[in-house]
Design a protein around this ligand. Structure first.
Ligand code: ADP
Ligand code: MG
Length: 389
């Protein structure tokens, strides 16, 4: 099984790495399919000082394949992938080693755990039309960060750093919270749109697999270990036990009739776009992203147990969010009520988006692309950086 058969020439010209090039650091995570470490290169590299290394078992091959594909097709959606290779040792047997750039310390799960959320990311993502008081003067800044904008040179960054301290003091409130959550959702949907238009369904979208990239100051997706590429037929894990039940859509697994039961090379019988259209497998991720939206809006639903209870309640309501709202709202805690208030801002446009993501039937769920065009995101300026004083 050689997954490199299809690798493009591009890969040949990239730096390659082997075991001895890599120095292991602290363990970042351990799942049933591999261990993840912080790492660095034995030889100093200016670009990649901090790395992440995953030693993966049998699913590593496809995770390398997925990362290679993302690298070429939608690089900004996911963590920056460097290289992957097969490492065999007499003691541990065959392991796949995967290397990424270390994107940052915090996943969205870490950030959500804090009582400060969303203000703990607000200072990094929210810069729109703020009145800032400095030295007794009132100055008006309009700064919108474009993650892909290379105009962000050192000078501008330092100006930005200067005003950050002030921005942090901007009045807190539902509006501001909503704006931060909006920014995060837009970035998450943007990343998903990239994957989906490439033909990849992630299948394990959850806050733990969304990382805040400190360099680009955007959220990116990680962990393609359960991903499937339906257009070339790599879709080898029909095992629904891989899916996280807390975030999985009710259909549980995707296109099971088409899935081979063992890892295999991409088969020539690529699924046609027509089939993709019929089955809308991408909407599985949309459901999970909807639950992330829900948890961001409702502090009361952020804990594991609360999410599990929510899932149970929603199931009892036959996955009808409106029905769920009717049952819980009358006796809602102030905490829960705050979530409804946030989603009800601007004529309930946030609630409307949430409802179009969290639906029982995949085909009724909005696509990532359509979600990005949803009026919920209208209010914010986009993709331009301006600095007005
Ligand atoms: P697992 O299969 O164990 O879930 P992940 O790929 O999700 O593996 O990685 C586990 C953890 O390691 C993540 O939750 C995150 O905290 C950290 N991590 C993974 N990739 C990166 C990265 N590129 N940059 C920073 N941290 C990362
Ligand atoms: Mg993970």
């Amino acid at each position: 099984f050689d997954m490199f058969v299809l690798a493009p020439l591009e890969r040949l010209f990239r730096p390659t790495y082997k075991k001895d090039d890599i120095v292991l650091g602290k363990k970042l995570g351990e799942g049933s399919f591999g261990v993840v470490y912080k790492a660095s290169l034995a030889k100093k590299s200016s670009k990649y000082n901090d790395l992440v290394l995953k030693k993966a078992t049998e699913y590593g091959a496809v995770e390398i394949w997925m990362n290679e594909r993302v690298r070429r097709a939608c690089a900004n959606s996911c963590a920056d992938f460097l290289y992957g290779f097969l490492e065999s040792s007499p003691k541990r047997g065959a392991e796949y080693w995967l290397l990424w750039k270390f994107e940052g310390e915090s996943t969205l799960a870490d950030l959500l755990q804090s009582k400060e959320f969303p203000y703990n990311v607000g200072s990094l993502t929210e810069y729109h039309s703020l009145l800032v008081t400095s030295n007794g003067n009132i100055s008006s800044f309009e700064v919108v960060i474009d993650p892909g904008d290379h105009l962000l040179d050192a000078t501008m960054l330092s100006v930005e750093a200067l005003i950050l301290g002030e921005v942090l003091d901007a009045p807190r409130g539902l509006e501001r919270e909503n704006r931060i959550i909006q920014t995060i959702m837009r970035q998450l949907l943007f990343a998903l749109e990239g994957l989906h238009s490439t033909g990849i369904v992630h299948r394990d979208i959850k806050p733990q697999n969304v990382i805040f990239s400190e360099d680009s100051r955007t959220f990116k997706i990680i962990d393609l270990g359960a991903a499937t590429d339906l257009r070339v037929g790599i879709n080898y894990i029909p095992k629904e036990f891989l899916l996280d039940p807390r975030y999985a859509a009710p259909e549980q697994y995707i296109m099971s009739t088409q899935t081979p039961s063992a890892p295999s090379l991409p088969v020539a019988t690529a699924l046609s776009p027509v089939l993709w259209q019929l089955n809308l497998p991408d909407r599985f991720d949309i459901y999970s992203a909807g639950l992330i939206f829900l948890q961001m809006a409702f502090p009361a639903l952020r804990s594991n147990s609360a999410l599990i209870q929510f899932n149970r309640q929603l199931k009892r309501c036959e996955y009808d969010l409106t029905a769920w709202r009717k049952t819980v709202e009358p006796r809602a805690s102030p905490d829960l009520r705050r979530g409804f208030e946030l989603l009800d801002l601007d004529g309930g446009i946030g609630w409307e988006l949430l409802m179009s993501m969290v639906r029982y039937k995949a085909r009724k769920r909005i696509s990532a692309k359509a979600a990005l065009a949803h009026p919920y995101f209208d209010k914010e300026g986009q993709l331009a950086l301006s600095f007005v004083q």
